[in-house]
Each structure stands twice: as C-alpha cells, then as structure tokens.
Write a protein that binds this ligand. Structure first.
Ligand code: ADE
Length: 248
C-alpha cells in the first residue's frame, strides 16, 4: 500500500515510521509511506503556504493552491489514489471499521491541516474523505496521520506475523482484550490467576473469553451493546441457568 502524507512539517513523521512493525513493513515493501512537503508546491519566493482569513479573525488559514497542486501532481502518478483524506476535527470518527476500509485501498493521500484551518475549497472539492481521530483539537493533522497509518498498516496482509495476527482479533469483534500476564507468577504478592498456570488450554480459552466479555461490559458498555452474545457468551456471563439434570 502506498500512502502520501501532505504536510508542512515532514520531519514530524520520520521517527514513528522508523521503528518496530512499521519499519519492518516498509522494508518488506508492504507499506510505502512518503512525506510530501506542501511548501514544495508553492510558487512564490517566500514559499507561503498560509494566509489571513477572509472576514478577519485570529490565526492563519492554509492556502488552497499548493495543496491542490500537490494532490494533482500525485494523482498523475499511477495507480491513482483511491482516496484523498483530510484530517479535521469535523471529520468522520476514525475507528477500527474505517481502518479496515482504508486497508483495502492500494493508495491513499493524507492531508494534514495546520494553523486555524484549511481553506474550505480543499474540504469541498479536493478531499474525498474527512477524518477525525477523536473529539479534541490537535495542533495539526500529523499525529492523526500517524495514528491512521499505524492502525491501517497492521491490517495489511503479511505485516503482522502469525502470532501477532491472532492477537489482532481484538477489535474484529467489538470486545476488549483479555488480561495478559507473564513471569513472575507472583509479583509483590499479586498472583497470576491459577487457571493460566493450569496447562488446560480449553479452560484458559474460556477464562479469556469470559474476561473479555466482563471487561468490555464494565469499561465500555457502548461497545458491549454492539456485540452479539453467543449462547456460550451468555453462559460465561452467567446469564443462562445451568441445565437441570434429568431425573432417571
Ligand atoms: N486536526 C486537529 N484536530 C484533529 C483531530 N481530532 N483529528 C484529526 N485531525 C485533527
């Protein structure tokens, strides 16, 4: 997958892409992320990418011309982008479902806004999608772009190893992850649950599923409401009375 990130601060994007799984994915050719400096598409001596807002008010607004020019130059390269995403607090909330949608694309362009905003014509006539990573205001879209690249990259085939992939099931169902433990079995008097030391794989699986359900219900009732309980889930939550033994 190719991702072009348009920004006024390309250096902000460097380090997170140079570690761990993202680094590996890029080296393996599974992910091609390029930072594109919007200023390279300005045409004036001062490389001016922002200007005062019409109608007055504080702060600067990002100009449309260099952003349009950058996207048009990128779009001329094959294959054309599947979408052009603008990061804005006004956008659709980014979640695992959106990540899965983006992971099906071959090429996307991400535009990072800065300052007080981006000229409305970029919102209306250039961006095909508008994304927000949450109901708070960032100083710019760069961190949002990195969040999106990270969440999408791990869904690309081959990016996670087999073992990591199994763990990625967490949000394919809207349930939280079960608690994990490693050695030592007793840390300052806090012990690992006996069942995890039992070697009984079936019992461990059931315990984990029960924990996922209970933790989701406790911490994220909104997610729990979206989950369709299986009969087994209902039993684990104690919602189904145990079957009465038939009398002989
Ligand atoms: N730019 C500023 N705030 C943002 C947010 N919450 N999500 C995406 N882009 C943003």
């Amino acid at each position: 997958m190719r991702v072009d990130i348009l920004t006024l601060f390309p250096d902000m994007l460097v380090s997170p892409l140079e570690h761990s799984i993202l680094k590996r994915a890029r080296e393996a050719g599974l992910l091609d992320v390029r930072a594109v400096d919007i200023r390279d598409f300005t045409t004036d001596r001062h490389r001016q990418a922002d200007d005062h807002a019409y109608g007055g008010g504080p702060g600067m607004v990002m100009k449309p011309e260099p952003i349009f020019a950058a996207v048009e130059a990128l779009a001329a390269e094959a294959p054309p982008p599947d979408r052009v995403v603008l990061f804005t607090p006004r956008g659709r909330r980014f979640d695992q479902e959106v990540a899965s949608e983006l992971a099906r694309d071959h090429r996307i362009v991400l535009i990072c806004g800065r300052y007080e905003g981006v000229d409305e014509r970029v919102h209306r006539y250039l961006a095909t999608d508008h994304l927000s990573i949450g109901d708070y205001v960032l100083t710019g879209g760069e961190l949002a772009a990195l969040v999106v690249v990270d969440a999408v990259a791990r869904l690309l085939p081959g990016v996670l190893g087999k073992e990591e992939s199994a763990l990625s099931e967490s949000f394919s169902e809207p349930l939280l992850e079960y608690p994990q433990y490693t050695r030592p079995p007793d840390f300052r008097g806090c012990c690992v649950p006996d069942i995890l030391l039992s070697g009984n794989h079936g019992a461990v699986e059931q315990w984990r599923r029960g924990q996922s359900l209970q933790e989701t219900l406790r911490l994220r009732p909104d997610l729990f409401a979206r989950h369709r309980l299986t009969l087994q889930d209902q039993k684990l939550l104690g919602l189904v009375p145990p079957r009465k033994k038939r009398r002989k």
